[in-house]
Write a protein that binds this ligand. Structure first.
Ligand code: GFB
Length: 324
């Protein structure tokens, strides 16, 4: 990308979009087009079409999505399937009509079949049924991948799709019912420490394993892929290393400084037991993550504390986050 290129980051207020904007600015890209949800509703086809016709960006990062943790995914299926389908239909088709030079669509590791072999290779897409707790989100994201592939085949658009592993970082969502596991645990252990609570409850058995990537590492990967990847095939972004949720809970307790007991609520879902990405394709291109889990958790905790000084918990729970 030329440093003067006009770049639209869809979803720039959420965790992933804001990380992409930070990275673009850090690398000296100054011609960014950004719209809040109030300024441009991405589920509104006409508004999105008009926006693209008027602004004519050259590059697009699709980081806007309805995202959430396991509980939000399983209890609000209509929002997860409808809003994601609408946003990606409008943005991808609008980008094609406006002659965008390159677009990067963000999917998620949950697009892979529940029973797929580990680690998850890109070719396992659609080789089996998705995990039931997030099937609605997965089906929408798979449709987004297929849109990019179809527009490439029929219209020759340079639209690529990256599949990040579970993400965390600055600007995360801390709503207890909507959040992913890392912000949920940071908040639970922090509140338990302040309140002197003897135990913290962690959902599920603690046995599922997850891989976590710091959002700023994903942002670096997105810029890297825009410059170095132009294939129809999807591409995974992660570490290729995972840990059990019980181990993660221990690590978060240590970082927060909580010394009480950790108990597991097996009435809550485990979701996929294993979800580790095969990252050989992106590492062969020369990209690697930089922020390890312990360091990233400390940075995320510092961000949570900083935001809490100025805001209340309900302000740390945005309705729509970019996503995975
Ligand atoms: O992060 P999480 O909600 O997403 O949950 P998924 C990961 C694991 O952490 C699950 C456990 O086994 C949860 O049961 N867990 C333990 C908790 N305590 C908590 C807690 O307090 N809150 C939460 N949220 N989890 C999501 C998908 O699946 O992953 C999305 O639903 C998306 O569609 C995202 O793909 C990346 O990894 O299970």
């Amino acid at each position: 990308m030329d440093k003067r290129a006009k770049i639209f980051v869809a979803g720039h207020r959420g965790m992933v979009g804001s990380a992409i904007v930070r990275e673009l600015q850090r690398q000296g890209y100054g011609n960014l087009v950004l719209r809040t949800r109030q300024e441009l509703d991405l589920t509104d086809q006409r508004a999105v079409c008009e926006f693209f016709g008027r602004e004519r960006p050259e590059y697009v990062f699709v980081a806007a999505a309805r995202v959430g943790g396991i509980w939000a995914n399983s209890t609000r299926p209509a929002e997860f399937i409808y809003e994601n389908l609408a946003i990606q239909n409008n943005v991808i088709d609008g980008a094609y009509r406006a002659g965008v030079r390159k677009l990067l669509f963000l999917g998620s590791s949950c697009i892979y079949p529940r029973e797929a072999p580990q680690p998850l290779k890109e070719e396992y897409l659609l080789a089996g049924r998705p995990e039931p707790t997030n099937q609605w989100y997965a089906v929408a994201k798979i449709a987004g991948i297929k849109l990019c592939q179809a527009y490439r085949r029929q219209y020759g658009c340079d639209f690529i799709a990256a599949m990040p592993t579970n993400l965390y970082g600055i600007n995360d969502n801390y709503d207890p019912d909507g959040s992913h596991v890392i912000p949920a645990l940071l908040r639970k252990f922090h509140e338990a420490k302040l309140g002197g609570q003897p135990a913290v409850t962690v959902w599920g058995s603690g046995r599922p394993r997850r891989e976590f990537l710091y959002a700023d590492d994903l942002a670096r990967a997105c810029l890297f892929l825009i410059d170095n990847y132009s294939e129809e095939e999807i591409i995974n972004v992660g570490w290729g290393r995972d840990l059990a949720i019980a181990e993660l809970a221990g690590l978060v307790a240590e970082i927060v400084g909580y010394g009480g007991e950790i108990v597991f609520d097996t009435d809550k879902p485990d979701g996929m037991m294993l979800k580790r990405l095969d990252v050989s394709r992106i590492t062969a291109l020369g990209w690697r993550p930089l922020v390890g889990l312990r360091e990233g958790l400390q940075l995320a905790y510092d961000d949570m504390l900083r935001r809490l000084v100025f805001e209340q918990w309900h302000d740390l729970s945005p309705a729509r986050q970019p996503g995975m």
